[in-house]
Design a protein around this ligand. Sequence first.
Ligand code: PLP
Length: 361
Amino acid sequence: MKNTTSAGRWVRDVIKQQSSYHVPPAGDFIKLDAMENPWPMPPEINQAWRESLNDLQLNRYPDPQAADLVPRLRTVMAIPDQAGIMLGNGSDELIQVILMALAGDQVTVLSPSPSFVMYEVLAGACGLNYAGIPLQQDFTLDMPAMRSAIESHQPAVIFLASPNNPTGSAFQRSDIEEILELAPGLVVVDEAYQPFVKQGKDFMSRLVDYPDLIVMRTLSKVGLAGIRLGLIAGHPDWMKELDKLRLPYNINSLTQATACFAIDHWSVFRAQIENICTERDRVYSALSSMQGIQAFPSDTNFILFRVSGNRAENIHAQLLKEKILIKCLHRPGTALENCLRVTIGRPHENDAFLSSLTSLL
Ligand SMILES: Cc1ncc(COP(=O)(O)O)c(C=O)c1O
């Protein structure tokens, strides 16, 4: 009888070299590390939400077409009629589907760097080359570098998170338009943080102008991270191909019903987002006025900041001791050297963070 597994023999080398996605346990911490909406569903609609689940038949598979949900998403996100849409178990799943569809030996995935880590992680897992093109020091796109990388790599897909995670700001519209003109393949504009953008239009309405544009959205940041619902919208030709890789029934019944309910009560979620934006501006001003902190402007529900004196890891650890969980992005020698990222929480949570940070500086 064998006493070892054959995993070492059969699992692909690229997978063996990766680590699992680590989520630190949050326990009773003030959780400001994952860009969630800190507000639960308000009590005045909570009961109605529970009632909306009463008639679900959990013994049956979910509606594979999500027929109740799709029209609501089209309306609330102003998705052009001409565009096709596909839903995912979070936008992470949709990134994976796009990459699985394009996977091949000589295929390159390109995105600015730093950006959302899953583009690179999933590109690696699918065996694709990944080219991360450094942003400028102020975290705007380096357009000469982007132009020459597009020319030399001929990427099958370019991911542009706008606003970008972890830097927090939206890219210049004209830069995105130029990339759309130059790209030889798909351009995915990932608008996960679009609800927090104060000014400037998103790219949803531009789907009619660019056949190789896909716009990606998620409900995770607006208060529904727990139901895992992401969406891509794009040309029906693309959607037809990508849909072949979607697992049957990937959007469960509870998610579909909850998302329908949430969209029917959208003003409640909009009010929470307004509140988060007000808090974000307050936290940004407070951080900007602190000695030894460089805070980067944010169009999102988080703020990236750099601490002086090589103290990012230390400050992160000290905050943990005070049961405040933020994200340490510090990597020596990279654009994120000495950088930390804080998600906007409820006012008292933000106060606790700001006052602990002040006393640590
Ligand atoms: C830019 C960006 N895209 C996508 C995601 C993933 O969102 P979802 O929860 O829908 O998988 C995140 C999550 O942090 C993100 O920052």
